[in-house]
Ligand binder design. Structure first.
Ligand SMILES: O=P(O)(O)OC[C@@H](O)[C@@H](O)c1c[nH]c2ccccc12
Length: 270
């Protein structure tokens, strides 16, 4: 089986002493065409890995910004398969960075477990994050994912406590550390308890760790850099997309909109 792009990406970042910039975008927000453009432009702007969020009508932890994006995307009835197809299209257009699909468990189950991971491999999507899949129930899914060379990336939160060791031990690709409790979205500040949590997780695994939830500015990235191998930025980017919708919806200005969003990612990366 070929090597997974997530592993090679983090390995070369580590060699260069860089922190991974991981944008999250909602597939189909505001259209599939724009998602494809964003995949290509965010990579040029310095994204090291992209999380492709599949819109879902009944999400657990999504804050208002991501919820509105899901609402816009669901008008196009976006499915897990659409996410994979866009990833493949970007790949055929020259994209090199890994993609991680972000989806709740039900759409995966509906699609069929074996069929899902087979399709993920065929579309060259490197990993999946399933926030409502508890570690205690994840073994059978991980067995299938492993067989297809797909990483099932786990989430850990400051409340995971004694479960952290078990979660980390079963981790693949990287560990997604949730910075603070509550829903996704922009936060102004973080207290140093987050750092202790990150250092603990980092000390317990050889896998890279990435931190997400509330990161929205270059200062935040700078702040977390010593404590992690990657930062995930969702709501702040999705909000930029939202602000740019008037531009994105007019074919004569769509490219300007895409560039504004990628410019924001460039600032976060540098
Ligand atoms: O939006 P934020 O605060 O930048 O956080 C990333 C987050 O949006 C993304 O990873 C995500 C979207 N929906 C989720 C549900 C659970 C955990 C994580 C997520």
């Amino acid at each position: 089986m070929s090597v997974n792009r997530i592993d090679t990406t983090f390995a070369s970042l580590r060699e260069r002493g860089e922190t991974a910039m991981i944008p999250f975008i909602t597939v189909g927000d505001p259209s599939k065409e724009i998602t494809l453009e964003l995949l290509l432009e965010l990579e040029k702007a310095g994204a090291d890995l992209i999380e492709l969020g599949i819109p879902y009508s009944d999400p657990l932890a999504d804050g208002p910004v991501i919820e509105r994006a899901s609402g816009r995307a669901l008008k196009h009835q976006i499915t897990v398969e659409d996410g994979m197809k866009l990833a493949k299209q970007a790949r055929l257009a020259g994209a090199q960075i890994p993609y991680v699909l972000f989806t709740y468990f039900n759409p995966v189950l509906q699609y069929g477990l074996e069929r899902f991971f087979e399709a993920m491999a065929a579309h060259e999507v490197s990993g999946v994050i399933i926030p409502d899949l508890p570690i205690e129930e994840s073994d059978p899914i991980r067995v299938i994912a492993d067989r297809h060379g797909i990483h099932l990336v786990p989430l850990v939160a400051p409340t995971s406590k004694e479960r952290v060791a078990k979660i980390v031990e079963q981790g693949r690709g990287f560990i997604y550390c949730v910075s603070t409790l509550g829903v996704t979205g922009m936060r102004d500040s973080f207290d140093e308890r987050v750092d202790r949590f990150l250092d603990e997780v980092r000390g317990s695994t050889a896998l890279p760790i990435a931190v997400g939830f509330g990161i929205s500015k270059p200062e935040h990235v700078e702040r977390f850099r010593p404590h992690c191998d990657g930062v995930i930025v969702g709501s702040a980017i999705v909000r930029k997309v939202e602000e740019c919708i008037p531009l994105l919806q007019d074919p004569s200005t769509a490219q300007d909109g895409v560039l504004q969003i990628s410019q924001f990612v460039r600032q976060l990366k540098s």
